[in-house]
Design a protein around this ligand. Structure first.
Ligand code: CMC
Length: 364
């Protein structure tokens, strides 16, 4: 199949006021703001308000308290976590709990759909570790409450800032696979819950939001900078992809990688829990870029968001099995904004396919 048709590369499938990914310049614009203006500076609640501005009526300017109340509201669903759901991966269990929310298009549902991955992830991780889930505290900011619900004690200001930075950094990113899936579902007028479930389902694949878990496995297996090159060459010899590298749109370094690397460095300075981890990641990054340059000279394969995502979420004590769920905590804000924008545009997304199969034989 022609490149461009296969994978819809270079096909423009929506007009959006939400975000622009400039793959040549390595820039991400979110509603008129450069990523660096928002990441590490704005709270996740403020960026959610920015993304949703004009797409809902009746939402207050400050979403901190309503989002806290939404966390409380969805916590009731945690009681449905039974042995069968707990045997699933965290993202599968979070998706199953999210599916218990009735469909609709109201702003309070939108808030509950952002609260859902946060509350359900903390509950699933705790239950899978044999601990009781903790109820949300609506007086806290979203990032602070997520870490408290996960660990059972207040996180440090540096840790809260790091998670807030992460959630803002991944909140929206053009027409990525999960956002496109959410827009397609929204275009059928199925409702916001369905659109978010489509987003979670597309996100969980290893080529999209499932990459950071395997990044940790890669770092653990490499273990020391001296092993990096041989390990990476072995992976490519086996035909594996290097997780945390390459992107459909970016031909230069993903700007989110820099934002998250800064957050990891700030966190390491505030609480040097595992010295050497950042240095190992930097050595692996340098070796991977060199090996990819040699092996794929025609492509510009650069570091994407997932390498430093993995390091950041590991430092915040999320288990690697739940990294995709944390991605969904941030991206849910973007999925919902895109779903509302798609609905406002009003048209069903219904492309065509070209039939290349056999045709019936003409009657004799
Ligand atoms: N490691 C090794 N080779 C790679 C990689 C990689 N990470 N990424 C692309 N390639 C190669 C690929 O094998 C292909 O080679 P060839 O032309 O010889 O067949 C060439 O580069 C182009 O690959 P492609 O599949 O056309 O690239 P794509 O634009 O469809 O893929 C990608 C984008 C992100 C799926 C891919 O780079 C990848 O699999 N990366 C690893 C997984 C990963 O880190 N995913 C997270 C993406 S960032 C989070 C997000 O925004 O979703």
């Amino acid at each position: 199949m022609a490149r461009g048709v296969d994978g819809l590369e270079d096909v423009v499938a929506a007009e959006t006021v939400l975000s622009e990914v400039d793959g040549e310049a390595g820039r991400l614009l979110i509603r008129g703001h450069e990523l660096d203006e928002l990441s590490g500076r704005w709270s996740f609640e403020a960026v959610t308000g920015l993304l949703w501005s004009g797409f809902f009526e009746g939402l207050p300017d400050n979403l901190q308290r309503p989002l806290g109340e939404a966390r409380q509201a969805v916590f009731a669903q945690v009681a449905a976590l039974d042995a069968e759901l707990l045997a699933l991966t965290p993202v599968e269990a979070v998706r199953a709990l999210t599916a218990r929310l009735a469909d609709g298009d109201a702003p309070d549902l939108a808030l509950r759909l952002v609260a859902a991955p946060a509350v359900f992830t903390a509950a699933v991780v705790r239950r899978q570790a044999g601990q009781a889930p903790l109820a949300p505290d609506p007086t806290l900011g979203h990032a602070a409450d997520i870490l408290r619900m996960l660990r059972g004690e207040a996180a440090s200001p540096a840790e809260v800032a790091a998670l807030d930075t992460y959630l803002v950094t991944v909140a929206d990113h053009g027409l990525n696979a999960s956002t496109f899936a959410a827009r397609v579902v929204a275009s059928t007028r199925a409702g916001l819950t369905s659109a978010v479930l489509a987003g979670i389902s597309a996100l969980k694949g290893p080529l999209h939001g499932g990459a950071p878990g395997p990044v940790i496995e890669m770092l653990d297996q490499i273990a020391s900078p001296a092993n990096a090159r041989a390990w990476l060459e072995g992976a490519l010899d086996r035909g594996d992809r290097l997780m945390g590298f390459g992107h459909r749109v970016y031909r230069v370094r993903d700007p989110r990688a820099d934002a998250l690397k800064r957050a990891v460095a700030a966190l390491a300075e505030a609480s040097p829990a595992s010295p050497g981890r950042l240095a190992l990641a930097e050595a692996v990054e340098a070796a991977a870029l060199a090996v990819l340059r040699e092996r794929k000279p025609g492509r510009s394969l650069q570091t994407n968001v997932e390498l430093y995502t993995a390091l950041l979420l590991e430092a915040l004590a999320f288990p690697s099995s739940a990294f995709t769920c944390v991605f969904a905590m941030g991206r849910s804000a973007g999925w919902i904004a895109h779903a509302r924008e798609q609905l406002a545009g009003g048209r069903l997304v219904r492309p065509q396919s070209r039939y290349v199969g056999p045709r019936p034989k003409a009657a004799a």
